[in-house]
Design a binder for this molecule. Structure first.
Ligand code: AMP
Length: 278
């Protein structure tokens, strides 16, 4: 396993892989790796001869400087994790390496003003800005994203369709802990009590969804969702609503929808999305 910190060296290895005709899968991450990331790596390894993972906490996608500062980072453990999953290359650039000259930000034009785009203005501009760079550097033909960040997956998919015609964006279902919540780097920032409360909230939410009639309109389910969330023990929330899984609109019935939430426990922002079969 290679750990590469600079673009120049990475390109040398990528060019060698390309010359040898190896298929390459790429998994972009912000580190603090867990089993969810592991599943993306596993899928890439299944589909490709070489797998490259990047670890880069992208300041440009954080709308809140404290959130950036407090984002969990655990280098040593991440290397061991990748080694266990038999990753070929870890690309771990510095800020200076990625943003050498003053960076012109790309503007996201898809799935705007809803869910995370509404509550984290500029977040997805930062996401597509760094991904454009990383897609160009890694030259990967297949890139893996988790459904955990479903709006991100949809936005990246639309972005790639217009800007990277030969790139496949592959989605991987959310991997969950035994207690039901999704594996997430941010879970590390919760106290024991906050974690217990979050698990309870999540499982109440699953129960709420399972008791709904599958044919109920998304708009009607959202009225019930508003009452449900008001009664929960959470510090605050940005959104808690059903949206159509295909186009993220509020049209259709809930069997074709997902429930999206972004809630807070203390200062920790937690997102997830669930469908009727989760
Ligand atoms: P992050 O490091 O949080 O930016 O995540 C990197 C990638 O891993 C993104 O595509 C996420 O959607 C994906 N991911 C994070 N958590 C999970 C999970 N529990 N299950 C599946 N994919 C995940």
């Amino acid at each position: 396993m290679l750990i590469i910190k600079d673009i120049h060296n990475l390109k040398l290895y990528i060019d060698t892989y390309e010359k040898k005709g190896y298929s390459m899968g790429y998994v972009p991450t912000m580190g603090s790796l867990h089993v969810g990331h592991g599943e993306l790596i596993r899928k890439s390894k299944e589909d490709n001869q070489k797998t490259i993972i990047s670890i880069f906490v992208n300041e440009k996608q954080f709308d809140n400087p404290d959130d950036y500062k407090n984002y969990p980072r655990n280098r040593g453990k991440d290397y061991d994790f990748c080694d266990k999953y038999d990753v070929d290359i870890i690309f771990e650039p510095s800020n200076e390496e990625i943003y050498k000259e003053k960076q012109k930000m790309l503007i996201n034009k898809n799935f705007q003003n809803i869910l995370c785009d509404k509550f984290r203005p500029g977040h997805f501009n930062g996401v597509i800005t760094v991904l454009e760079k990383l897609f160009l550097i890694t030259k990967a033909k297949k890139v893996y994203f988790g459904e955990k960040d479903y709006q991100q997956f949809k936005i990246v998919q639309s972005f790639a369709q217009s800007a990277f015609k030969n790139l496949s964006i592959i989605s991987v279902p959310t991997v969950r802990q035994e207690d039901g919540i999704a594996f997430s780097s941010r879970n590390e920032n919760l106290s024991k009590k906050q974690l217990q409360e979050f698990v309870k909230f999540h499982n109440n939410t699953c129960l709420f969804i399972s008791e709904l009639d599958q044919n109920i309109a998304i708009a009607d389910a959202n009225i019930l969702a508003r009452d449900f969330i008001k009664a929960q023990n959470i510090d605050r929330f940005d959104y808690f609503e059903f949206r159509n899984s295909n186009n993220l609109s509020s049209e259709g019935i809930i069997s074709e929808a997902r429930l999206f939430y972004a809630i807070y426990k203390g200062e920790v922002r937690l997102i997830d999305n669930l469908n009727l079969t989760t």
